[in-house]
Design a protein around this ligand. Sequence first.
Ligand SMILES: Nc1ncnc2c1ncn2[C@@H]1O[C@H](COP(=O)(O)OP(=O)(O)OP(=O)(O)O)[C@@H](O)[C@H]1O
Length: 236
Amino acid sequence: MSLIKCKNVSLSYDGLIVANNISFEINKGDYYSIIGRNGSGKSTLLKALLHLKSTESGSVEYGDGLVQSDIGYLAQQTPVQKDFPASVNEVVLSGCLKGGVFKPFYSLSDKKLALEKMELLGIANIKSKCFRELSGGQQQRVLLARAMCATRKILFLDEPVTGLDPVVTTEFFNIINEMHRNGITIVMVSHDIHCAVKYSNRILHLEDGSVMFDGPSKEYSRSKIGIEFVGGHKHD
Ligand SMILES: Nc1ncnc2c1ncn2[C@@H]1O[C@H](COP(=O)(O)OP(=O)(O)OP(=O)(O)O)[C@@H](O)[C@H]1O
C-alpha cells in the first residue's frame, strides 16, 4: 500500500469548504510537490495529511507501516517562531521529542543525532547561538535539521524557501535532493514552481481547493495548466 492515501477529502474552516473532494496517494520514495496560487488550500491539505486538521469528509490513511511519529515537519514560519529564544542546539534537539513526548534529558544518541544533522547542514559551528539572532537562511537550516531528527522516512516541508535569496534557495534544494536520494520521501508545498517541476517526480496542483493536476512532473510541464502556470518549463 502507499505511504499516505488521501481519499475524497474535503476540508473546511467554520463551515466554509477550502478543499473539495481531494484524492491522491503518496508512495515510498516520492518527491511530491503541492503547488498552486495563494489561498488554494495547500497548507490546509498538508495539515490534514499530518492529521493536524480533521477532515469534513473523506479520509487520510497511513500505510506501509507509517505512523505519525515517523514524520518530520518543517512548518511555514511565523514571526513568533522566528523570535524563538532558544539555542540552535536546543531547537535541533527538540526534533528528537517523538510524538511530543516530554523528556527532561536527552539521551546520548539524541545528542549524537542532532550533532550529525547540524554537521550535515553546516550549522554545527553556530550551535550555541540564539535562534532568533540568525539569518533567515540559517534559521531554515536549523528547522530542517530539527525535522530531520524527527524522521528517517518522510519529510513534510511547507514553503521552505520563502524569503531566502537565490543562492541559499539552491543550496536548500540541493540538501533536500540529497535527502531524497538517501531514501527519504519528500512532500513539499512550494511557490518555487520551477524548482518543484525540476526536482520532484510528482506534482499536485490545487486551485480554489480542487485538484487541477495530479501526476508525474514531466507530464505537468506539458499539460495545459502546467504551460499556463510555469510557461512550459522543461523537466531535466
Ligand atoms: N485558521 C484559519 N481559519 C480560517 N480560514 C483559514 C485558516 N487558515 C486558512 N484559511 C483559509 O483557507 C483557505 C486556504 O488557505 P491555505 O493557507 O491552506 O492556502 P495556501 O494555498 O497554503 O496559501 P498560501 O500559498 O498563501 O500559503 C484560504 O482561503 C484561507 O484564508
